[in-house]
Design a protein around this ligand. Structure first.
Ligand code: ACM
Ligand code: ZN
Length: 553
């Protein structure tokens, strides 16, 4: 009798033990049978392409296996073997962008997407079912057991973005690609590339070569936190050729990521003005620099800025030449980026120069504009007309609301959510990027040991973020297409620092953007992050340890 009871107990125990799976972002539905059965991927397993155009996705799977487990699988077009990972499509008639199902059972592994993106995401999820060897790779299993499982999944938001400022600090193409890999691993789908600003113009424009040869370099950078303890007196800069931009865009597209370029106007224009002073209201005035910050080299004429902040010397809105220049630039930018959006900045444009510029004042008068805010609106609306005529939708930071929103513009709400709420109420699409909590240049710990711009956005706060504000009705909420984390790099001079600021917060962000609201669970996330952190280590990522996921609760 006793034996029977303990056997029964054992059986019961077995029936509830399931392999712990740690998928981030948490899928819509994960079902595990009440047995602890596994399917093993070995070098003899084959990848079967049951759907068309899935060679690239199979190659990603193989690349990952090779990188982490040192073996690859044969790719075939058909096979009846149960020792197989099958890639296919389902629901092609009514596809949801990025949706997929993943099943693992005694017939092997089966991944079916509603489209190619869905299959790609299914493969990303499969990576997370694989055993995670330790970071030193002492243990490399030759047989990868993955639990029997049934997953149905689709994204909550259509826009899932992360931004990178390459003006304040410049990062090579190799790192930009790595950054894109990080997004793909988290099923994020927009890389917002902030390509121009006061401290450097970073994209080659053939018609205006000085933008990069002059505007791409500064004579020094302040040391430490603004206003700094001095200037490093080192010439600094770099830019991407159009060929490199194409390479990045293709690399991202292969990973189902759209690159959103940002060309700043009418503010944050110092680098462009250093290259072409006529773009300023006052071409003969030397660049003003903040007297509190040390300056390196020539301080006369127009100069690329060496410190951070907001500067008065902006594009002149009165001269037609400015608009001709902007259109010429866009004519070269547009063909490089196949996405439907183009970001024109629009933030932090002081109006001091416009107030004293005869050309700008003339423009205000001729167009019956009320003030300089309406002049900014005129500027953006004129650019919007041009972009729309080229088949692109304009995106701008929430300042583009001031003086009247351009008719078809999408708004990125960064000064909190108020701009986004107002835009959604006006039936404009919105991306939420409020400083609190999705500015990843802010500190993630109160005892931050490296210099940051300030603020406090720990991972808990990122995880708790809800992109749809309560103020919006169900109808208005539809205009919130998603959210984005912004990575401003004033205080990130190297790639390790960028990684430190990105990780682990990117994992929390992915769950904000992908996982259904009612499936988000911080305590469960913390448990899954223990495994995720091991994956970071496997990938050699420099992540912040501000939050200890292993600490007992
Ligand atoms: C911004 O942070 N100035 C958009
Ligand atoms: Zn002017």
């Amino acid at each position: 009798m006793r034996i029977t009871i303990s056997l029964l107990g054992l059986l019961l125990m077995c029936s509830v033990i399931r392999a712990q799976v740690s998928i981030i972002p948490q899928p819509v539905s994960v079902k595990q049978p009440r047995i602890n059965a596994k399917f093993s991927i070995t070098p003899a397993t084959v990848i079967v392409l049951e759907g068309s155009n899935l060679q690239k996705t199979a190659a990603f799977l193989n690349e990952y296996l090779q990188q982490i487990y040192l073996f690859k699988l044969k790719v075939v077009n058909n096979s009846t073997s149960a020792n197989a990972i099958r890639l296919n499509y389902e629901r092609l008639d009514k596809p949801i962008e990025g949706a997929y199902v993943l099943t693992v059972n005694n017939k092997g592994a089966y991944i079916a997407g509603d489209n190619e993106t869905g299959v790609f995401y299914g493969v990303q999820t499969l990576f997370q079912l694989l055993p995670v060897p330790d970071a030193q790779l002492k243990m490399r299993p030759g047989k990868l057991g993955i639990p029997y499982i049934s997953i149905e999944d689709e994204p909550r938001f259509e826009y899932r973005g992360v931004h990178l400022d390459v003006s304040r600090h410049f990062f090579p193409v190799s790192f930009v690609k790595k950054y894109i890999d990080y997004l793909a691993f988290h099923k994020l789908n927009v890389f917002h590339w902030h390509l121009t600003d006061d401290q450097g113009w970073r994209i080659e424009i053939k018609k205006y070569p000085l933008l990069t040869t002059v505007g791409g370099f500064r004579n020094g950078t302040i040391i430490g936190r603004f206003p700094g303890t001095g200037n490093d007196n080192m010439r600094y800069g770099g830019f991407y050729t159009q060929e490199e931009v194409k390479e990045v865009v293709q690399y991202a597209a292969d990973r189902h990521i759209t690159v959103l370029p940002e060309i700043e106007m009418p503010g944050h224009a110092s680098a462009a003005i250093a290259a072409y002073p006529q773009l300023s209201c006052f071409p003969d005035e030397s660049t003003k620099h903040n007297p509190r910050a040390a300056w390196s080299g020539d301080s006369t004429g127009k100069q690329v800025q060496q410190t951070w902040g907001v500067f008065d010397d902006v594009f002149c809105a009165g001269k037609d030449n400015t608009f001709q220049f902007m259109q010429d630039v866009l004519d070269e930018v547009i063909p490089l980026f196949p996405g439907k959006y183009l970001h024109v900045g629009g933030d932090e444009c002081p109006k001091n120069n416009w107030k004293r510029c005869p050309n700008c004042q003339q423009r205000i008068k001729e167009n019956n504009l009320k003030d300089e805010h309406e002049l900014q609106s005129y500027f953006i609306q004129r650019m919007e007309k041009y972009l729309n005529s080229k088949g692109k939708i304009l995106i701008g930071w929430d300042e583009i609301l001031e003086g009247g929103l351009a008719p078809n513009a999408m708004v990125m709400s960064w000064r909190g959510e108020q701009g986004g709420i107002a835009a959604a109420k006006e039936k404009h699409n919105v991306i939420m990027t409020p400083g609190t909590p999705v500015y990843f240049d802010h500190s993630q710990t109160k005892q931050e040991d490296s210099v940051t711009i300030g603020g406090y956005n720990p991972i808990e706060k990122v995880y708790a973020y809800e992109p749809v504000p309560k103020e919006l009705s169900a109808e208005e909420s539809k205009y919130v297409l998603g959210a984005q984390a912004n990575m401003w790099t004033e205080y990130m001079s190297n790639t390790q620092k960028v990684e430190y600021m990105l990780f682990p917060r990117i994992s929390a962000l992915s769950e904000v953007l992908w996982t259904p609201k009612d499936k988000k669970n911080w305590d469960d996330f913390v448990i899954r992050m223990k495994t995720q952190v091991k994956r970071y280590e496997l990938m050699g990522i420099n992540y912040s340890k501000a939050f200890n996921f292993s600490a007992p609760k």
